[in-house]
Design a protein. Structure first.
Length: 228
């Protein structure tokens, strides 16, 4: 007699998302423990500030590179390291929550390399937009632009599904509209910065990249171009 197969009520997270969360959460844990004097001694209080100086995306550094035509690796890496440094634990936790939710939905469809391409591609796109369009002297840190890239990928999946069903594809953009609306309200009530530029650019980058990296994505693009 064959024993009944017991399935977990919770679908496992894609390994690539688990890896990103572990790296992001591990860095934040070290910085938070150090800031509270639980590890590292007195010098650990300044670890977060040091991490921002070394790994955040800084417009002053970006402007220097553009003006001098020099792109040292230790500064170029800021384009992909800033998503792993946050202002505080609350900032990091909110990013991780979005990463788990969107990463699960996207990671169940996209291959691991495609998820990483969207995540880091959106981080790069967000940073470049922040540098080219804002000139804001404040450091760009945190994983929101990269996570907004996953929102772009999720929007792409919804956009494709609605198109296949013959429904209004504009409905796919409800989530990004809602999130940007919340950001606008907070900016009006409490004063905002220019990070929304990086977030929006991250979303756009993730959406566009999905045309290429999604399963059958490039084939689908060619079919559309050829009118098939």
């Amino acid at each position: 007699m064959q024993e009944p197969k017991i399935e977990s009520p919770l679908n496992p997270l894609p390994p690539v998302i688990v890896a990103l969360v572990m790296v992001m959460g591990g860095i934040e844990a070290v910085l938070s423990l150090g800031a509270n004097g639980l590890i590292g001694g007195p010098g650990a209080v300044g670890w977060r500030l040091t991490a921002m100086q070394d790994y955040a995306f800084l417009n002053t550094v970006f402007d220097w590179m553009m003006q001098n035509g020099r792109f040292p690796p230790e500064h170029l890496m800021r384009l992909i390291t800033y998503p792993f440094v946050h202002y505080n634990a609350t900032h990091a936790i909110m990013v991780v929550v979005f990463l788990l939710a969107l990463g699960k939905m996207v990671g169940e469809v996209f291959r691991a390399w495609a998820v990483l391409t969207v995540f880091f591609g959106a981080a790069i796109g967000g940073a470049l937009a922040y540098g080219l369009l804002t000139g804001d002297p404040r450091p760009l840190v945190g994983g929101y632009p990269a996570v907004y890239g996953l929102i772009g990928a999720f929007t792409f999946l919804m956009w494709m599904k609605l198109g296949a069903l013959g429904e209004n594809r504009n409905r796919a953009f409800v989530l990004i509209g809602f999130l940007l609306g919340i950001q606008l309200i907070f900016a009006l009530l409490f004063g905002g910065d220019h990070t929304w530029v990086a977030d929006l650019a991250g979303f756009a980058t993730g959406f566009v990249l999905s045309f290429v990296v999604s399963p059958g994505g490039w084939t689908h693009v060619l079919a559309k171009v050829r009118g098939n």
